[in-house]
Design a binder for this molecule. Structure first.
Ligand SMILES: [Zn+2]
Length: 214
């Protein structure tokens, strides 16, 4: 039996911060897998049947528990996941934050080619404009521009609200606006301690500086 946790949240809300702190073998980022397989890059819609099969295969390779990000995204996918044998849907975390705050977070976000991200207020780099990890010049991603961010947020709401409604009482809303660090890290703590992984204080010590990304 594999325990499943689902993560939902608009871009910039801190999902990446959570995924980064869950051991990699328990994380299943569907967007990342599809990008790695170069699927959907041409803008074509990916069928529910394809994604469902992919998820079933990936879950069957994992042990104990899986944290899913980016799935299920349609009602058909929700029903498939709920009926998946040998799994138990434990909880759905829906990270929330007002769009105006996310716009601000993303429009100021700085990215490095190595994958690290920074934010002048939430996570400044030690030397302005330079990556702490590799020293390269930081830049703004083109899809962090205001018009594109607004569109991504709108798309997120349209797609996610019916899915969360279908998942019903399993959904726990987590406010990431008032205290980004505490709220987002409490999700990590809860999953890890539920799975008997590592004590939350060990983890807290490692994470004095959260990254900001989607
Ligand atoms: Zn870097």
């Amino acid at each position: 039996m594999i325990d499943l946790y689902l993560l939902y949240g608009p871009p910039g809300v801190g999902k990446g911060t959570i995924a980064e702190r869950i051991p990699a073998e328990h994380c299943l980022g569907v967007g990342r897998i599809l990008r790695a397989r170069r699927i959907g890059l041409d803008g074509k819609l990916i069928s529910d049947a394809y994604v469902n099969q992919l998820i079933q295969d990936e879950i069957s390779l994992r042990k104990q528990y899986v944290v899913l990000d980016g799935y299920p995204r349609t009602l058909e996918q929700v029903d498939f996941l709920k009926a998946l044998p040998e799994t138990r849907l434990v909880r759905v975390y829906a990270l929330t934050c007002p769009d105006t705050v996310l716009m601000n977070r993303l429009s100021l976000r700085q990215t490095c080619l190595c994958g690290a991200t920074y934010h002048p207020m939430l996570k400044p780099s030690a030397q302005e404009g330079k990556c702490d990890l590799c020293g390269k010049e930081l830049f703004r991603r083109s899809d962090d521009s205001p018009e594109i961010v607004r569109r991504r947020l709108q798309q997120f709401h349209e797609e996610t609200e019916p899915v969360l409604a279908r998942l019903g009482s399993l959904v726990r809303y987590v406010d990431s606006e008032s205290n980004f660090k505490t709220s987002v890290l409490s999700v990590v703590d809860e999953i890890l301690s539920e799975q008997g992984h590592i004590s939350s204080c060990d983890y807290r010590r490692q994470i004095s500086n959260p990254r900001v990304h989607d």
